[in-house]
Unconditional design. Structure first.
Length: 639
């Protein structure tokens, strides 16, 4: 039989061998496979019986129920999904979605890479466009989507054996992603006339190959390890008919139990400290748990498993800005407003968290979170906000450990949001591969809101010295041993929930150019060198004023500024530094800076250190004033 149309195969011997291989991999004594076993000596007939078995099987549950197809007509695919699916019918495929879709040949070349970025070919072989074809099939009921998917599935399995020549398709991350997604595609296309016994044989043999491979790959401590475990577990639980399914299930769940302890700090953040990966890890931990629950296997997870996930789910509530976007520290992008609200709504129901619901509905339902300031002390992430409306002020600061390849040497940096505007966004990441020069540019310490010595990248050596939130004053003091002979201490005071006073100290014997860097949102900025002040100049909405106190030898200098809000896209933005030359023997340098978001008239904010305290001292007192009103603030570090 032809793999798709049911006509005579060009190579019936190959079809026979594939069916024999599959039968050798199945436990034919399993309940329900009696008719398959009865045809064991006629493998092609056994494959027909196996397809009939799967179409009638009710013992295994999956989040996608193939019997729901009829109720999804006209309801489940977006215009974007239909566009991707229709392109895929013509072999115009999406790889890395930041790039245009590309025609991969009438006879598909799965090694196609039209761009220098390897992400394109890697993501081509995740076949996310197949998900769009599955949705289009249910949405329209048109068999062309099923027919083409079956053809492409068989084509991919035939052209991509797991060997040295096909490494582009067989990284463990791609194998894990396919393992998860393919089980859903099986559910969507199971009843399609085009899903013939021969297609089933090719599909299941490849699933077996994926699981066998994934048992040999365990990337501990990385999000890769979660995708590997998820792919392994989804195949095993969805297809318990495989002889090795029970071992695969146990292995996948064991890894997830281990990694939820290895990868998640006590404060709830995933150790790579990049927001998008944190959110992905929640899914990778939770989806397998939910699948296990559907099939009565949740007892295989540790008792604390869901408690850790709930803690992870608090992170987007604690660190997101008023419009639902998030900090783009490390390899992250701030995303679209409200992008995580649907997830928060789901988690609100799952964990009975009305505070999640409040944030997800922008106050229309649920209960307002009791706090406006949060410290993720182990991760080194802190947020201070004036309230919970979309326009409220929010600053998120990072001073944490080395998160690995997705992290950047940026300790002390922060993002500032107010009035629905990202006034001082992090530079972002721009790109992963294919452009090493720009990849490196975005990973420099000096393109973040922090302090450098001679422009060099800083080390990861964080320490929290004080966290003291309050009704009218939040105080945070952190430091980072950025260089062998120089530590950067940063104290942040959020005064009256209106403006920030930031005291930066370069403490130690290190000598050279001490630069305090700041970057603003794209747009015009006004520089006042005499007053050491810079401000954005948006004609409507909110702006921000950054102004540091004068001291001997200080200069305000413009720098190159860029920001990336979308993968492979960047734009210029104002950036500047305050520079002071530190000489040998000088114990330290101190900057006192006002960061004041505002709407309307330019605020008059001042801050002055009282007395003449030694730099790096455990006590500091300041007099601050805004628009004619003054008050005293201070910190006192415990020795």
């Amino acid at each position: 039989m032809n793999l798709v149309t049911g006509q005579t195969l060009n190579n019936p011997e190959a079809a026979l061998q594939a069916a024999q291989k599959l039968l050798s991999r199945l436990d034919l004594n399993a309940t329900g496979l009696e008719k398959v076993k009865a045809q064991e000596k006629s493998p092609l007939l056994a494959a027909e019986a196996l397809l009939a078995y799967y179409r009638s099987r009710s013992s295994v549950k999956h989040p996608i129920n193939p019997r729901d197809k009829a109720g999804q007509l006209g309801k489940c695919a977006s215009e974007k999904d239909l566009k991707i699916a229709n392109d895929a019918l013509q072999h115009i495929f999406v790889g890395q979605p930041a790039y245009p879709a590309h025609f991969c040949g009438e006879d598909i070349n799965w090694a196609t890479n039209p761009y220098p970025d390897k992400e394109w070919i890697w993501q081509l072989n995740r076949m996310t466009f197949w998900d769009a074809m599955g949705l289009a099939y249910w949405h329209t009921g048109e068999e062309k989507y099923a027919q083409e998917w079956c053809a492409q599935l068989v084509d991919w399995t035939r052209k991509n054996p797991r060997d040295e020549a096909h490494q582009y398709a067989w990284r463990s991350i791609e194998a894990g992603i396919r393992g998860y997604h393919w089980t859903g595609l099986f559910q969507r296309f199971l009843y399609a006339p085009s899903f013939t016994p021969a297609v089933l044989v090719a599909f299941l043999n490849s699933c077996y190959d994926h699981s066998e491979y994934l048992t040999t790959k365990y990337t501990k401590g990385s999000n890769w390890g979660l995708m590997e475990a998820e792919g392994l577990a989804f195949i095993a639980i969805t297809f318990p008919e495989f002889k090795e399914a029970e071992n695969w299930t146990a292995e996948g769940i064991k890894r997830l139990n281990q990694e939820i302890q290895n990868q998640v700090y006590a404060d709830g953040h995933q150790r790579e400290l990049a927001f998008g990966y944190h959110m992905g890890c929640i899914d990778w931990f939770l989806r397998t748990y939910n699948l296990a629950g559907l099939n009565g296997r949740q007892q295989q997870f540790s008792p604390a498993y869901t408690q850790v996930i709930q803690k992870m789910c608090e992170v987007p509530m604690k660190l997101s800005f008023g419009d639902g976007t998030t900090p783009q520290f490390g390899d992250s992008w701030s995303g679209k407003p409200g992008q995580y609200y649907p997830k928060l709504k789901t988690w609100a129901q799952l964990f009975n968290r009305p505070d999640f619901l409040y944030v997800a509905t922008e106050g229309k339902a649920g209960t307002m979170p009791a706090q406006t300031a949060f410290a993720l002390e182990k991760s080194g992430l802190y947020s201070m906000r004036s309230g919970w409306s979309p326009d409220d002020i929010c600053l998120v600061l990072k001073c944490g450990p080395n998160g690995g390849g997705h992290s950047q040497p940026d300790n002390g940096t922060f993002e500032l949001y107010a009035g629905g505007r990202h006034l001082m966004p992090d530079a972002g990441s721009y790109i992963y591969s294919g452009d090493p020069v720009n990849r490196a540019w975005f990973r420099q310490t000096k393109v973040h809101q922090t302090l450098t010595l001679n422009g060099a990248n800083s080390a990861y050596a964080p320490k929290q010295l004080l966290w003291q939130p309050g009704k009218d004053l939040d105080v945070l003091v952190v430091e980072n041993a950025s260089y062998p002979n120089l530590t950067h201490r940063r104290a942040v005071f959020f005064v009256d929930k209106q403006y920030f006073i930031i005291v930066d100290e370069a403490v130690g014997e290190g000598a050279g150019e001490i630069d305090l860097h700041f970057q603003l949102a794209p747009g015009k900025a006004i520089f006042d060198n005499e007053k050491l002040a810079v401000r954005t100049d948006f004609t409507e909405g909110w702006n921000v004023l950054v102004q540091t106190n004068s001291q001997p030898g200080i200069n305000l200098e413009e720098e190159e500024g860029q920001v990336s809000f979308v993968y492979t896209k960047k734009e210029p933005r104002p950036a500047f530094r305050y520079r002071v030359r530190k000489v040998a023997g000088q114990k330290g340098i101190r900057f006192v800076t006002v960061v004041a978001p505002y709407t309307g008239l330019l605020p008059k904010v001042k801050a002055k250190v009282m007395g003449n305290p030694e730099i790096g001292t455990s006590q500091l007192r300041l007099t601050v004033g805004a628009n004619g009103r003054s008050k005293k603030i201070s910190f006192n570090l415990k020795e």
